[in-house]
Ligand binder design. Structure first.
Ligand code: ADP
Ligand code: MG
Length: 673
C-alpha cells in the first residue's frame, strides 16, 4: 500500500465513507496516517472490580451473578457480575430481546466504560461489552486511540482502517532530520497510533512533537520555495520618478509618524527592485496604513504603470477611493472606483479606461479581480485587510498580467511567532506607532441590565455634538436574524432618545442604501449609527467618540479591537461600553477584562491566542487559510526558530524528501504562483 493511494484502497472504505473522510481532510492513506488520535483509552489491563472507582473509564471483567429486567420509572436491563474481589452492575436502557436473553448468570462478561454511582452501587451504563462462556481473552497490548470523527464515521472504524494501513506497510517514507535524537517520522506515527501499554507521557509528547516539527519544516520549506520562485519572476523596477511623493508629503496636512516613514522607505526600496515585492504591512487600527499605500501607488504612477487597491467591503472601497482621490488627483493621477454596485455602463467606462491605461489607480472590491477587469499594465496590487480575503482571491489578483508587486495590509495584529510561520514567504513591515494626539479609548464592561445607562451616555455625547455607534453582534449564524435584531435596536433607540437622529446599517440593506446611511453619518446628519458588524473594518468618522457593543462576549478579541478602533480617532476622549449578557464564563470574563485593560492590538492578539487558540485569532475558518494537520501553532510556536534553523542546514535532497513526504497535505490550500 502506497501512502498516496486513495483511501478507497482500504477494505471497508467505499465512496460514501470516502466522502465522509474527505470532511476530515483525509483523501489518501498518508492523510489517514496523519489523522492523529485526540486521546487514548487504556484497555491494556483488566481493572479489578474492587479498584474501579467512580469516574474511571476502564476495562473490567467478571462472571454474571444476576440478570434483571427492572420495570418502574424507566425500564432497564441489568447484569451484575463479580471477579471474586468486587461487584459491578451493567445497566442498559435500550436493549433487544436478543440481549435480554443473552445476559444469563454463569456467563462471563467484559466491559469498557465509565464507572458511575447507581441505585445499587457502582455501575456502567451502556458500556461496550462482550459476553463469553469462558474467561475473556487477555486485553489488547496497546493503548486504544480515540480519533476525531465526523458524522457517518466512528472512532473504532477509523482505528480499523489505520490499523489496516499500518499492517499493509503504509509509510510516509520518513524524512530524515539530521542531528535529531528523535525517532523517524514513521516510527513516531506508528507510536501515536499504537502506543505500548507502558508508554509514559513524555514519549507521547516527543512523538507528537516529532510529527509537528516535520510538518512545520515542510511548510517553511514550501514557502521558501515559493519565495525563490517569485524571485525568478520580474515585476519591473519602479525607480524614483518626478518626486510626486514629496509633493504629497507637503500636501498631507499632517506629518508622517517615524514608523510610517520607515515603512514607506521599506516599501519603496522593494519597488526599486526587478523582483516582485510581497510585503505584509501590519499596523494597528488607525495607525495610518492607507497613506503608506498611497506612496506606493504614486511610485507606480510616476512610471506610468497601474495600481489596483482591493478592499473587503464596498464602504471601505469607497472610503479608500475618497482618500486616494484627495491625495493623488492634485498630482494629476486618475483614481477610479470599481465596485459591484455600479451600473453596467459605468463599469464599462471604468474598465475601458483601465484597459487603455488612462486610469492608473483602480480602487475596488472583489469586482476588481473579476476576469472582465483588464489592466493595461498592472505594476502593483494592494490588498487591504487581507484576512477578509481567501488565498484564492489573493492569487487571482496576483496572476493578472505580469506578476505585480504586492502589498498586503492588515490591522489584525499577528503575534510574531505566528507571522514567522504563516507568512514565511513574505517580508513584513510593522507600523508600531499611532499618529500623535490620539487618546486611548476608555472601555467599560457593563451587564445588559444597565442598558438605560448606556443610552444615557449616548444622549449626553450627542448633546455635546459628538456621534455614537451602537453595534449589534451576530446572534445567529444568519444575516436575516442579525439584521432584524439591529432593526429592533434602532426602533428602541429612536423611542428612547427623542430628538436624536438614528441611522441603521446592516447586511440586508443594498450596498447603495448602506452607503447612503454611512454617508449621512460621516456628514454629521446622523447622530447614532446602529450597525451590525458590517462597520467593522476601516470606517473613519473622527467625530464619533462613543461606541456601545452588545453581546461582546460573542466576538473574538481581534474583532472587538477592530470595532473599537472606529472611535478614538478625533481629539475628544472616546468611550467604549461592552454591554454583556450575564452569566459570563470565566474565559469570557477574562477576555472582556483584556479589552478593558489594554488598547494595544498586539497585546490583545497575544492574549486572544492564549485564551482561544490561533484558529480563532486568525479567523482561518472563515478565510480558508492554511491550517496545520498536526502542528498546533500555539503549542508549537516555540519550535519554530529551531525548525527554521534546521531548514537552513538541510541539503537539497533532504529538503525534497521532506516536501514530498508532506506533499499531499501541506500543499492543499495553496494556489501555485
Ligand atoms: P488604518 O491603519 O487603520 O487603515 P488609516 O489609514 O485609515 O488607518 O488612518 C486613520 C486616520 O489617521 C486617517 O484619517 C488618516 O488620514 C489619519 N492619519 C494617518 N497618518 C497620520 C499621521 N501621521 N498624522 C495624523 N493623522 C494621520
Ligand atoms: Mg485601513
Amino acid at each position: 500500500m502506497k501512502s498516496d493511494d486513495p483511501v478507497t484502497v482500504l477494505r471497508g472504505v467505499g465512496p460514501r465513507t470516502a466522502a465522509a473522510l474527505a470532511r476530515l481532510d483525509v483523501a489518501t492513506v498518508a492523510d489517514l496516517l496523519l489523522h492523529l488520535p485526540s486521546r487514548y483509552q487504556d484497555r491494556t489491563r483488566f481493572v479489578p472490580l474492587a479498584e474501579a472507582r467512580i469516574g474511571d473509564a476502564c476495562l473490567v471483567r467478571g462472571e454474571i451473578v444476576k440478570a434483571d429486567l427492572a420495570h418502574g420509572g424507566r425500564s432497564s436491563l441489568t447484569a451484575t457480575f463479580t471477579d471474586g474481589g468486587g461487584f459491578l452492575t451493567m445497566r442498559l436502557f435500550h436493549f433487544s430481546t436478543h440481549q435480554r436473553d443473552q445476559l444469563r448468570p454463569g456467563l462471563w462478561i467484559r466491559c469498557f466504560g465509565e464507572v458511575r454511582g447507581g441505585p445499587a452501587g457502582r455501575e456502567m451504563v451502556h458500556p461496550e461489552y462482550r459476553t463469553s462462556r469462558t474467561e475473556p481473552e487477555p486485553p489488547e497490548p496497546t493503548l486504544t486511540p480515540v480519533y476525531p470523527v465526523t458524522s457517518g464515521l466512528t472512532s473504532p472504524r477509523i482505528r480499523l482502517w489505520i490499523g489496516q494501513a499500518l499492517d499493509a506497510g503504509a509509510a510516509l517514507g520518513g524524512s530524515v532530520l539530521p542531528d535529531e535524537p528523535i525517532p523517524a517520522l514513521d516510527e513516531a506515527l506508528r507510536f501515536l497510533h499504537r502506543p505500548p501499554a507502558n508508554a509514559d507521557e513524555s514519549a507521547f509528547d516527543a512523538a507528537r512533537e516529532r510529527v509537528a516539527k516535520d510538518e512545520l519544516l515542510a511548510h517553511i520549506l514550501l514557502m521558501q520555495q515559493r519565495q525563490a520562485l517569485r524571485a525568478r519572476h520580474t515585476a519591473g523596477a519602479l525607480p524614483r520618478g518626478r518626486g510626486l511623493g514629496r509633493e504629497l508629503r507637503r500636501n498631507l496636512g499632517f506629518s508622517l509618524t517615524a514608523a510610517q516613514r520607515r515603512v514607506v522607505t521599506e516599501v519603496l526600496t522593494d519597488l526599486e527592485r526587478e523582483q516582485p515585492m510581497l510585503r505584509l504591512l501590519q499596523g494597528d487600527v488607525g495607525s495610518g496604513k492607507t497613506v503608506v499605500a498611497a506612496f506606493a501607488a504614486i511610485r507606480a504612477a510616476e512610471q506610468g504603470r497601474q495600481t489596483a487597491v482591493m478592499a473587503p467591503t464596498e464602504i471601505l472601497a469607497e472610503q479608500h477611493h475618497e482618500s486616494f482621490s484627495t491625495w493623488l488627483s492634485p498630482l494629476g493621477i486618475d483614481v477610479a472606483l470599481v465596485t459591484g454596485r455600479m451600473t453596467a455602463k459605468e463599469r464599462r467606462v471604468r474598465r475601458d479606461a483601465l484597459a487603455g491605461g488612462e486610469t492608473l489607480v483602480a480602487v475596488g472590491t472583489h469586482a476588481l479581480i473579476q476576469s472582465t477587469v483588464e489592466f493595461d499594465d498592472l505594476a502593483l496590487a494592494i490588498v487591504d485587510e487581507q484576512h477578509r480575503f481567501g488565498v484564492h482571491q489573493r492569487m487571482a489578483l496576483r496572476n493578472k498580467g505580469r506578476l505585480p508587486h504586492q502589498l498586503v495590509m492588515t490591522a489584525t495584529p499577528i503575534p510574531r511567532t505566528l507571522t514567522m510561520a504563516l507568512y514565511a514567504d513574505m517580508d513584513v513591515s510593522v507600523i508600531d506607532e499611532l499618529p500623535p494626539g490620539r487618546k486611548p479609548v476608555v472601555t467599560r464592561v457593563m451587564p445588559n441590565a444597565r442598558r438605560k445607562d448606556a443610552m444615557g451616555r449616548i444622549a449626553a455625547a450627542c448633546r455635546q455634538g459628538r456621534q455614537a455607534y451602537w453595534v449589534c453582534t451576530l446572534i445567529e449564524e444568519s444575516e436575516a436574524l442579525d439584521s432584524q435584531a439591529a432593526e429592533n435596536v434602532a426602533a428602541e433607540l429612536t423611542a428612547e432618545l427623542r430628538g436624536l437622529r438614528v441611522g441603521l446599517v446592516h447586511g440586508r440593506l443594498s450596498g447603495a442604501e448602506r452607503g447612503a446611511v454611512m454617508g449621512r453619518f460621516k456628514e454629521g446628519e446622523v447622530d447614532v449609527l446602529v450597525a451590525t458588524t458590517v462597520i467593522e473594518v476601516g470606517v473613519d468618522v473622527p467625530n464619533a467618540s462613543l461606541m456601545v457593543i452588545e453581546n461582546p462576549e460573542r466576538l473574538g478579541l481581534a474583532q472587538l479591537h477592530q470595532l473599537r478602533g472606529r472611535i478614538g480617532r478625533g481629539s475628544a476622549q472616546s468611550h467604549c461600553i461592552l454591554l454583556f449578557e450575564p452569566p459570563l464564563s470565566d474565559i469570557a470574563r477574562a477576555r472582556l477584562a483584556v479589552m478593558r485593560e489594554t488598547g494595544d492590538g498586539f497585546v490583545i492578539a497575544e492574549k486572544d491566542l492564549e485564551l482561544r487558540g490561533p484558529g480563532d485569532v486568525l479567523g482561518t475558518r472563515q478565510t480558508g487559510q492554511q491550517s496545520f494537520r498536526v502542528a498546533d501553532l500555539m503549542r508549537d510556536a516555540p519550535l519554530l526558530p529551531g525548525v527554521i534553523a534546521l531548514g537552513a542546514r538541510l541539503d537539497d535532497r533532504t529538503k525534497a524528501t521532506v516536501l514530498a513526504t508532506w506533499g499531499t497535505t501541506v500543499e492543499a490550500g495553496y494556489v501555485e504562483v
